[in-house]
Design a binder for this molecule. Sequence first.
Ligand SMILES: [Cu+2]
Length: 157
Amino acid sequence: MKKMITVLALAGLCQAAAAAGVQVENPWARSTVQGMNMSGAFMTIKNDEAQKDFLIGGSTPVAERIEVHTHVNDNGVMRMRQAKDGAPLEAKGVTELKPGSYHVMFMGLKKQLKPGDKFPLTLKFKNAKPQTVEVVVKNAPKSDSQHHGAASGVHQH
Ligand SMILES: [Cu+2]
């Protein structure tokens, strides 16, 4: 009987791993100052599937809508724009959503995001099932100097 329980437990573990498919790790959002109505969220996404997937959007109670953005090099100036197909998640790959690269953009923030705040974010994928993760608000890393204009309310990352 004991052996059988072990086998069942192992089978359960395997099933859980297979069902995980896409895993979101360390989601965090950039803190905002009063009056800012946009911010970005960053995270690591592991795609354990044999198939490429895409992060295509989602929703959160703290913003009117979210978009998946990327940065493009426009004559030497990095500008962000909406990623039409979403953020690509390579099969069996790890994708970093980070400042200066792909990120989740909060449009129409309903409240100020203060360091230490937590809020839920539901992520939608092209293939994988939607997932809700808990996002932690942090101050932007000091190296991210492109955001000096953020206090003016202008979105310029
Ligand atoms: Cu953006």
